[in-house]
Design a protein around this ligand. Structure first.
Ligand code: ASP
Ligand code: MG
Length: 474
């Protein structure tokens, strides 16, 4: 019988330093005993943030920003390499690879500092460097542990559209490339180590899938190769009923549905990139979330249907870093197609709209976006409605940064009466003021906007109300 095929993705913290990489590599070595394995890696933890911060400095004309970071990254990766594989032959080879990438990096930073210009395309090339540096180190580590391995840059595999900073994969071309490049390696017993986060447009330019996109890389490749499972190795024991930093008795959920996981990811549960599951829905491939720091913990299995925990609510999630934008007020009455134009504008600037609420007058809409998208969205909206509002003295488009969204999620909330009532009574008891409410017609989630300072209290109150600390283990 053919061995099962597993795609294993290791995130930034699982790649934190030599010790973390060794722990992660050991998981692959063990996994490769009875399965074919494709590895997808993130950059070492924090590297992508640093690359982007230095790019901003270079853009401001600081010519030292790039070289300074390159020196630090050389040191960081070589130290890891030295600890992981000692002085054997492969080390020089990997060092050469690292040098070549750093030389390329240097050119990107020099060009940015010289022109004081940073296009989305250049930023993609810069932010991809972390994965391009970490993958060879991981692959060499596997080799040093006795597993044949080859490092593969995902630009050879994942074909995307050309939207830099958040590209979408093209499945058919990606499948062709993956079959051609990875299948022969797998048949030969080699473990490919692929750079996460990165793809290439049809014209051959490097693209990225958006921040945190390595999860998505893993499911894209899982689907392309019709894998049996995708395992996302992270630093928590799976998907929890709530963020344990906010709610003390949060617990791991053993099994949830694609839909529930997507709702949670969309609303800020940091454990999964929101697009991750899109790639596996059609093929129904199960996705595991497991902890590379405690591999003995079974983690959470995400399946097409999930499994009921008896109650209606599975989990809570919250995002703090959101802004509420309102388009409305009496002056906007009579402006044609406010709703349509508002959301074509958000689509144009690719702002991720997290929640929408509209009053019955249809001329008062408020919606929430991630704070980094907020200013850009408001500027675009003011431009869109400039003519209509030219004669108005009142501000019709307003922005509030100090808010949070809390979402109550569960597939079985559908058909269970009283969920909304219980949620809002619990909040009322804790004196939490609700600013806006939305419930999708799927009834898979009730979300509400509260002031940022009330987020923790809102989470604790609903977690208690639905007995999540006690029932989740069922
Ligand atoms: N390194 C990228 C980021 O930090 C992608 C990832 O880690 O998934 O956004
Ligand atoms: Mg991540």
């Amino acid at each position: 019988m053919a061995k099962p095929l597993r795609v294993m993705k290791f995130g930034g913290t699982s790649m934190g330093d030599a010790e973390c990489i060794a722990r992660s590599a050991k998981i692959v070595v063990e996994g490769a005993r009875d399965a074919s394995v494709v590895v997808v890696v993130s950059a070492m933890s924090g590297v992508t943030n640093r690359l982007i911060a230095s790019a901003a400095r270079a853009q401001a004309g600081e010519s030292e920003a790039g070289p300074e970071l390159m020196a630090a990254l050389r040191q960081q990766h070589e130290t890891a390499l030295e600890t992981l594989i000692g002085k054997n032959g492969q080390r020089w080879q990997v060092q050469e690879q690292i040098e070549a990438i750093l030389t390329e990096a240097r050119r990107l930073y020099d060009g940015t500092a010289l022109l004081r210009e940073l296009s989305p395309r250049t930023l993609d090339s810069i932010s991809s460097l972390g994965e391009r540096l970490s993958a060879p180190v991981f692959s060499a580590t596997l080799a040093a542990m006795g597993v044949r391995s080859e490092c593969v840059e995902a630009t050879r595999l994942i074909v995307t559209d050309s939207y830099h900073g958040g590209a979408e994969p093209l499945a058919d071309l990606t499948r062709e490339n993956s079959e051609k490049c990875l299948r022969p390696m797998l048949q030969d017993g080699v473990v490919p180590v692929v750079t996460g986060f990165i793809g290439s447009s049809q014209s051959g330019e490097l693209t990225t899938l958006g921040r945190g996109g390595s999860d998505y890389s893993a499911t894209i490749l899982g689907a392309a190769l019709a894998a049996d499972e995708v395992i996302i190795w992270t630093d928590v024991n799976g998907v929890l009923t709530a963020d344990p930093r906010q709610v003390k008795d949060a617990r791991t959920i053993p099994e949830i549905s694609y839909r529930e996981a997507a709702e949670l990811a969309f609303f800020g549960a940091k454990v999964l990139h929101p697009k991750t599951l899109n790639a596996v829905v059609a093929a129904k491939i199960p996705v595991w979330i497991r902890n590379s720091f405690s591999p003995e913990h079974p983690g959470t299995k995400i399946t097409p249907q999930g499994r009921s925990n008896g109650g209606g609510v599975k989990a809570l999630t919250a995002i703090a870093d959101v802004s509420l934008i309102s388009v409305g007020g009496p002056g906007i009455v009579g402006v044609p197609d406010v709703v349509g134009r508002t959301f074509s504008t958000t689509a144009e600037v690719r702002a991720n709209v997290l929640l929408i609420s509209q009053s019955s007058s249809q001329n008062d809409i408020c919606f929430a976006v991630a704070t980094p998208d907020a200013e850009r969205t408001v500027t675009a909206l003011r431009k869109e409605f400039a003519k209509d509002l030219a004669n108005q003295k009142v501000e019709h488009i307003t922005l509030d940064h100090e808010i949070a969204i809390v979402a109550v999620v569960g597939e079985n909330m559908r058909g269970t009466r009283g969920m909304a009532g219980r949620t809002f009574s619990a909040l009322g008891r804790e004196d939490v003021n609700i600013i806006a409410i939305a419930q999708g017609s799927s009834e898979c989630n009730i979300s509400f906007v509260v002031e940022g300072k009330d987020m923790k209290a809102a989470l604790e109150a609903t977690h208690r109300e639905f007995g999540l600390g006690a029932t989740a283990a069922k």
